[in-house]
Design a protein around this ligand. Sequence first.
Ligand SMILES: [Zn+2]
Length: 512
Amino acid sequence: MGIGVEDNWRNKMAFRLCCKEGELPFKYLGIPVGGNHKRVAMWQPMVNSFKKKLTTWKGRFLSLGGRITLINSVLSSLPVFLMSVYLIPKGILYSIDKIRRSFLWGGGGEKRKIKWVSWDKVCKKKEEGGLGVRELRKFNLALLGKWWGRLAENKEGLWKRVIIGKYGERGGHWLDWIKEREGLGSTWWRDVCCIDKMDRERVGWLLEGFRIKLGDGKRVSFWWDNWCGVGYLANKYPRLYLISTGKDNKCHQMGNEGNEQWSWNLQWRRKLFEWEKEEAKELQQLIEDKKIKQGRPDSWEWVHDKDGQYSTKTAYSILTKDQIETNEISTYKRIWNPKFPSKVSAFNWQLLLDRIPTKVNLVIRGIIGEAEDGKCVFCKEEDEDSKHVFLKCKITSWVWQECAKWWGTEVRLERDCWNSFQRFGKWSKDPKVKEGWDCIWSTVIWTVWLARNQMIFQDKKTDPRKLLEIIQVRSFQWCTAKLDRYAFTFTDWLINPVECIKSLHAGRKKRV
Ligand SMILES: [Zn+2]
C-alpha cells in the first residue's frame, strides 16, 4: 500500500521487499482496518451472521426458554472484538435488535407474532424481571471502556505510546487527560473519548469508576488530579491555589517524610487571612489520612472490582444497574429455578408479568375480535384472563383445593398470579425447600396451561382428577430431577409431600 507515491514505484518496491500490494480497507486479525466504521457496509457481515443464526424457522421448533438461550449464546460466538474496537452505528444496532426481537417472539405457533414484553424489559437482568438478553449498546460501551482501562494501567505498551505520542502528554497518562483530548484526532479516538457520555442516564460512569491510588506521589498533580475523590483541589479551593507556592507540584513535593511518617506541608506565598485559615484547615483535614507510600508507583484503580482492574463484566453491570425493590428481585430470581425446565421458567416469567396469550390479552392486543369467543375454555362462563384460568375457575380452584388437601394446608384465592407465587415463597425460608415449593406451584400452573391449550387446539376434554394425578407425577419428577440420589420415593411423595420437600433442605440427606 502506498501513500503519496506512484503506482510504478510501489510495484517495484513491493517486488523488492517480496510483499503483496494491498489496498485500504484491509483486514487485520478479522478487523477491517482503514475502512470507515461509521459506514453500514463494514458492519453488514455481523448483521448477516445474526440473521443466519437466528432464523425464524429454527426458532419455531424451540420453546421460549430455548430461544432465550440461543439469543444469548449467539452474541458470545459473534465477533465481539469488532465491538470492542468500534462504536456500533445506531442503524446497525437497530437492525440487530430487530432480528433478535422477532426471533424471540417468533415461533410459538400463534398466527401473528406478538412482542409480548417490551425489548427494554427483555434486556433487564433476570433478577430484575428481564430475560438477561444483552443490551448491545451497553455491552459495546463496556467493551470499549477497556481502552480507558489500558490507558489507566501502569504497564507501558506500544498502543499507549502511539496514543500519547499523537495527542500529547500531560504529566503521564492520567484519564483526565482523555477529557482534554476530546474532539481531537481520528473518529475512532473521538468515539473512545466520549464513551463516558454515551449513556444518557449515566453520564460520567466511566471516569467516576476510576480512582487514583496514591503511591509515591510522583505522577499525581496535587492541584490538578482528582486524587482525593472531590475533583481537582484547584477548583475546590481556588483562593488557596492562587497563593500556593507549588502550583504545579506533584503530591510528593507537598510534604515530607519524618520518622517514617508522611506529613503534608502546604506552603503559602504570604500569611493567610483569617478566613483563608479556615479553608486551609478544611483542606488539611481532607488530605490528612492520604499518605504517600514510598516505593510504590501511583496507579489508577477501577473501583467496581476487587483487584482494581477494569473488567467488561463489572462495567456492563454498572451500565445496566436498575433501582428495584429487593422483594421483587427475590421473586424474579425464583422464576429461574434450575429444577424445572427453562420453558417453564420462561412461561412463569410471562405469566407473572401477565403477558401470556389468554383470550382477554389477545382481545386487548386486537388479535382476536371482541365478538369472538373470549370465554374460559374450562367453564365457558367467564372471560378468560390469567387470574381466572389459573386461580379462580371452578376447575382450577378444585385442583388447588385437592392439592391443598394433599399437602395438608390451605390455599387462599389470591388477587393475581404474582401474589399467589409470592404466597408460596413464604412457606419456607430455606432456599432448597423454597425451590421445592416453587416446583409444585409451577407444576400446577404449567399443567393447567397445557390442559387449556389441548382443549383449545386439539379439542381434548379435561378431567380435573386426571390433572391432579399429572401434577403429582410431574412435580415429583421436577423435584427429584437434579438430586444426586432419590431422597424419597413416589409413594413417600404421595403420602407426605411436605416432609419430602423439607428433606430437600441443604444439609439433610436422611430418607423420609
Ligand atoms: Zn373457567
